[in-house]
Design a protein around this ligand. Structure first.
Ligand code: KIV
Length: 258
């Protein structure tokens, strides 16, 4: 059955935990949708394992739209969320509405995600939701700010940082966000935020007390060359894929195939 943002809100009240995964093309979207993911995020994390960039900063709106269109074609049930890439929403509210509108109109996404919870961002969330575009927030270790953080470091470790992240999450809910990703923050902080909010929190590297969990699918499948320490590898597909390709090359050279 198709997942909607109102079902997700109800699940938080009922205590049903949300499973979210990323997808980057038609095939990966078909697989995670068939697996029963509730939300499929066309994450800007595709910048690294799929496009070969060092961080998520360089990926463009056009690149994200190209991938999102393919993902949309592969999804039957999950809610498809489009991750707004760096600089597609920060410059102005008008820019954010244009970018988010393109995600819905051109790629068929049902919601967008953006990073941060400072004042300009919460104003943008309000404008997007008023324009009929559902918004998922994202606080804690927000990868588009990697240059500001000086690396992909855990956030919320000092009282000041923890207090700021807590306030950002509250402000995002007040501005109309329908859910919030909590990334790489202490489990106790994620628990406090999850208890204080009435909208669902979805954790990654944020402990077990969130209302949902998300993983980057290439990490879950063990396809990436590198994974963050909090990502769980359920398969070692990278090694298996290389072995299979090697077997093919050997068999062709030895004239064993076809
Ligand atoms: O881009 C992404 O994959 C994400 C998830 C880690 C939440 O933002």
């Amino acid at each position: 059955m198709a997942i909607t943002i109102s079902r997700l809100a109800r699940w938080k009240q009922e205590g049903r935990v949300i499973a979210m995964l990323t997808a980057w093309d038609y095939l990966s979207a078909q697989l995670v949708d068939a697996a029963g993911a509730d939300i499929i995020l066309v994450g800007d994390s595709l910048a690294m394992p799929v496009l070969g960039y060092d961080t998520t900063v360089p990926v463009t709106l056009e690149e994200m739209l190209h991938h999102a269109r393919a993902v949309r074609r592969g999804v039957k049930n999950a809610l498809v969320v489009f991750d707004l890439p760096f600089l597609s929403y920060q410059a102005s509210t008008a820019a954010a509405i244009q970018s988010a509108g393109r995600a819905l109109k051109e790629a068929g996404a049902q919601a967008v995600k953006l990073e941060g919870g400072y004042e300009a961002i919460t104003a943008t969330v309000r404008a997007l939701t008023q324009a009929g575009i559902p918004v998922m927030g994202h606080v804690g270790m927000t990868p588009q700010s990697v240059n500001q953080f000086g690396g992909f470091r855990q956030q919320g470790k000092t009282p000041e940082s923890s207090d700021r992240i807590f306030k950002e999450a509250i402000a995002l809910e007040k501005s109309g966000a329908f859910a919030i990703v909590l990334e790489h923050i202490p489990a106790e902080l994620a628990q406090e935020i999850s208890t204080a909010l009435s909208i669902p929190t979805i954790g990654i590297g944020a402990g077990p007390h969130c209302n949902g969990q998300v993983l980057v699918t290439s990490d879950l499948w063990g396809l990436s060359a590198w994974q963050p320490p909090f990502a769980k590898k359920y398969l070692n597909l990278r090694e298996q894929a290389i072995t299979a390709a090697q077997q093919f090359c050997d068999q062709v050279r030895d004239q064993q195939f076809p």
